[in-house]
Structures are given as C-alpha cells and as structure tokens.
Design a protein around this ligand. Structure first.
Ligand SMILES: [Mg+2]
Length: 198
C-alpha cells in the first residue's frame, strides 16, 4: 500500500472529488450538440475556432449554473483541515473553468484551504489527462512527483497523476473503481483517507 502519510503535496480534482458529483456530462453534451461518448473539451477543440469559442462560452454558463447545487463531499473539509494541520500543500486541478472552480470552492466553504494561485482550470494548464497541470503545481511548490499524490474520481485524474509520476487515489462512492489499475489507493470517500494524514 502506498504510504500516503509521507506525502506533503496533494493535488485534487474538484467536481465529484472534493464536491459531490452534480455534473451530468451527457446532458451537457446534448445541450452543446456534441457527440456522446467523447470528452467535452476535446470535442469542442475539434470544431472551427468561432464555433469552439461559442461552445466554450456556453459551457462556462452551463457549468456556472451547477455551482449553486454543489456541496462539499463527505470528509472533504476534515481531510483538507488535517492536511493543513500537517503543513501539506494542496492544489486543485480541474477541467472546469477557473472562475467556476473558485465559485464552487467558495460555495462549498473550501476556498480557505487552497491558495488562489494553486487552483488551475482548463485554461491555466493543458487539461487532464495531460500531466501539465500537476507538473505546474509541483514546479510552483518546488516539489518532486515522488512526494505528491493526485486524487480524483475519473480516469483522466489518475492518468494525469501517473503521467506526472505522482501517487494516485481513486475516489468512487459506488465502490466500483473502474480505473483501479491506475490507482495506488481506492476509497469510497475522502473520509477513508483521514487515518492516513492524521
Ligand atoms: Mg471529477
């Protein structure tokens, strides 16, 4: 088992990881006229530039509407408090926009745990599964991948962590963990990580 207790640098996905999942990605795809079964950001990027810009703006609006329905995930506040108590650095890497990520963190009462500059959205780094955002945070912190972990609820989170060379934690309330092969730890909730960091 990966020893999470020794890790001082923690990168979290936001939606569905630190927060309860409220995104219905297929509903978003239908609303945007995008094909089902394809990642949204990549499908948008394949459209002509004017259309892609309009789709991105519409996506920003649709995701902003979800912010008010978002709640902190069970254990999120306790885990971030425990990490802060032991002096760990915490960053957020999301495929959502930076504005929506900051609004979500504030709405959930989690904004006080993360330096504003340690929140990276889809325009601040190449989107996951690219490891760019993880590596940017580690560079900012002067940290090595071996001392870091990426925590997320989707394949892209785990792939980004693996590609960056960090440990990875899969969070799946259903317990199914379809991408367990990419994860060093599998937990049903962030509460399960508390014993590791206390
Ligand atoms: Mg997620």
């Amino acid at each position: 088992m990966t020893d999470l207790a020794r890790l001082r640098h923690w990168v979290f996905d936001l939606d569905g990881t630190l927060t309860l999942a409220v995104h219905d990605f297929d509903a978003l795809r239908r609303e945007l006229g995008l094909p089902l079964g394809r990642p949204i950001l990549e499908a948008v990027a394949e459209r002509p530039p004017d259309e892609a810009a309009a789709l991105r703006a519409r996506l920003d609006v649709l995701e902003a509407e979800l912010v008010a329905r978002t709640r902190a995930a069970p254990g999120a506040t306790a885990l971030l408090t425990a990490l802060a108590d032991r002096g760990a650095r915490v960053g957020i890497l999301t495929r959502n926009s930076l504005a929506n990520a900051r609004a979500t963190l504030a709405h959930c009462g989690l904004d006080g745990f993360v330096d504003a500059a340690d929140v990276l959205g889809r325009d601040e780094a190449r989107p996951k599964p690219d490891p760019d955002g993880v590596l940017r945070l580690l560079a900012r912190w002067g940290a090595a991948p071996a001392g870091a972990v990426m925590v997320g609820d989707f394949r892209f989170d785990l792939e980004a962590g693996r590609a960056a060379g960090t440990a990875t934690v899969s969070v799946d309330p259903s317990g199914a963990h379809p991408w367990a092969a990419l994860a060093d730890r599998c937990v049903a909730s962030l509460e399960e990580l508390l014993p590791d960091v206390r």
